[in-house]
Ligand binder design. Structure first.
Ligand code: G4P
Ligand code: NA
Ligand code: NA
Length: 194
């Protein structure tokens, strides 16, 4: 997605060899019109997948997920990073270990909101090691729903998450896939030309 790569080049800050700051449009500020464009591109990429529902993880996944749900005309459910173990019986849950934060989160969704009649598109903001996406995949599998694929706004292609999921035959679409990054320069993967 050209406009996204332009925004990354102009606005992102590379904080360390593996961490990129994109607060100006993804993790803190949101430009609604630009986010709607993101939703439209996800809609194009997944238009042949008969998606019935979108899931994402709070908080930064919500904006792109909602915009995609708007154009695909399907409901959106965001998983919670639960801090309590109550109501466990009514939930699908998975453990997600964050390498970045070195913490483990339990993510959850009420069983009422996901079932074997669903074909689910999983949306998230950033793909690094893929722990969050893998947790969401696990939850969809628990529910008996089908996985249409995963859509991420930015993939850090030099980390393993995307390729891990693809090797499990899960379709992963990134709107911008970073090949390398440093304070001086961010380069994108060739195939990601549109
Ligand atoms: P993973 O899911 O791909 O394994 O990533 P990891 O556990 O390492 O990431 C934990 C959090 O950090 C996630 O957000 C993820 O989106 C974010 N993250 C990972 N790499 C980067 C990066 O280079 N830049 C930025 N800005 N974020 C990164 P989260 O904890 O779920 O927070 P939220 O923003 O959704 O609230
Ligand atoms: Na996220
Ligand atoms: Na995030």
């Amino acid at each position: 997605m050209k406009s996204l790569k332009k925004k990354i080049r102009e606005e992102a800050t590379v904080l360390s060899p593996s961490v990129i700051k994109v607060d100006s449009f993804l993790n803190h500020c949101i430009d609604p019109l630009f986010m709607k464009e993101i939703g439209e591109v996800f809609q194009e990429r997944f238009s042949d997948e008969r998606v019935t529902k979108i899931i994402t993880l709070e908080s930064s996944g919500i904006a792109p997920a909602v915009m995609t749900g708007l154009v695909l005309d399907v409901p959106v459910v965001f998983l919670r990073k639960q801090k309590s173990l109550t109501l466990q019986d009514d939930l699908f849950t998975a453990d997600v270990y964050s390498y970045t934060k070195q913490t483990e989160n339990k993510i959850s969704i009420a069983r009422d909101h996901l079932g074997d009649q669903d074909r689910v598109l999983i949306i998230d903001d950033l793909l690094a090691n893929g722990q969050a996406l893998k947790g969401m995949v696990e939850i969809v599998q628990q529910s008996g729903a089908d996985i249409a694929g995963c859509g991420v706004v930015i993939e850090k292609g030099f980390q393993d998450g995307g390729d891990d999921l693809r090797s499990e035959h899960i379709r992963v679409e990134a709107l911008a896939s970073i090949h390398s990054m440093s304070e001086e320069e961010i380069t994108f993967k060739e195939k990601d030309v549109t």
